[in-house]
Design a protein around this ligand. Structure first.
Ligand code: FAD
Length: 272
């Protein structure tokens, strides 16, 4: 749709161009959210795609994914490093049931910064214990876990003018066995729950990330694979379930417990 209040688009090519951000001036990535509904407060868009950031960088330190990477690009992440967690990237992309038109432009950063509970990139990078690199408006940099960047239903810890630059995934997370479950009220509906388990390859610790069913990602950590009853108790102890058109809070809680148990069994099998 046309954004009638926008009278300026700034193509960002260096970090100095981000000084344009602030009250009424916001980052533009794929535009699938920004151009979906009018926000009369916005007068300026600062286009991040003109930075031309490489979508991925692989080093001995792990994988870095630029915020401007599209879901299409991420879904095609080359599988040439024998990362055990590799299937999770494609699986999470499919948790956003947009058509190819949406996948081709929607970005990883736009998804996380929109902070919908059903944000599949929030699910993915939280489950991998990824670290977000934030370019702060004051010129400094901040690194924090993605699970802490999203603070609630459409809220983040970003300040005005802050930009999510990239997501970093460690070799340890990439080498983890993972198990993924998603459920929605209809076959191509928005996720009601996305539950992901990750078994650490070094110390055998287990982390279950519950998202889409809760207002922000919830992570349950155990020294090893828990018993069924310990896992169920921990899931039922979560207090951020919510109700909307995509599911009731009590349904989300119940299905998350079932999916969590499926994941526990799958990773028990994988660890044998
Ligand atoms: C058919 C359809 C289905 C969809 N399904 C889902 C779904 O299942 N789950 C879901 O979560 N979303 C869904 N969406 C919403 C949207 O497509 C995605 O969230 C998408 O990933 C947003 O990315 P974008 O690059 O288009 O963001 P944009 O529209 O460009 O930006 C979105 C917001 O994030 C800010 N922003 C963007 N990049 C950055 C950055 N690097 N740093 C700081 N701020 C930034 C923008 O200023 C804006 O406020 C759907 C949309 C459509 C049209």
């Amino acid at each position: 749709m046309d954004l009638n209040t926008v009278n300026r688009v700034v193509p960002a090519r260096s970090r100095a161009d981000l000084r344009e951000l602030g009250e009424g001036a916001v980052p533009l990535a794929g535009g699938t959210v920004l151009f979906a509904e009018p926000d009369p407060r916005i007068h300026t868009l600062v286009d991040l795609q003109t930075f031309g950031w490489a979508p991925f960088e692989v080093t001995d330190e792990g994988l870095t994914v630029a915020a401007t990477t599209t879901l299409t690009e991420l879904s095609r992440l080359p599988d040439d490093h024998a990362w055990r967690a590799h299937p999770l990237f494609y699986q999470c992309c499919t948790a956003l049931f947009g058509s190819f038109k949406v996948w081709n432009v929607a970005t990883v950063g736009g998804n996380i910064c929109t902070a919908l509970p059903a944000g599949p990139m929030t699910s993915l990078f939280s489950a991998l214990d990824a670290e977000a690199l934030i370019w702060r408006a004051d010129g400094s940099e901040l690194r924090l876990p993605v699970s802490e960047l999203v603070t609630g239903n459409t809220t983040t810890s970003l300040g005005s003018g802050d930009v999510l630059r990239s997501l970093h995934v460690s070799p340890r997370s990439l080498g983890s066995a993972t198990a993924y479950r998603k459920i929605a009220l209809s076959a191509i509906g928005r996720s009601g729950a996305v539950v992901i388990g990750r078994l650490d390859p070094v110390d055998g610790s287990f982390v279950l990330t519950v998202s889409a069913a809760t207002v922000r990602p919830e992570q349950l950590r155990f020294a090893g694979l828990p018993t069924a009853s310990d896992l169920r108790s921990a899931i039922e102890g979560i207090d951020t379930w919510f109700t909307d058109a995509h599911g009731a809070a009590d349904w989300r809680r119940a299905v998350s417990a079932l999916l969590g148990e499926e994941i526990r069994l799958e990773l028990t099998e994988a660890s044998r």
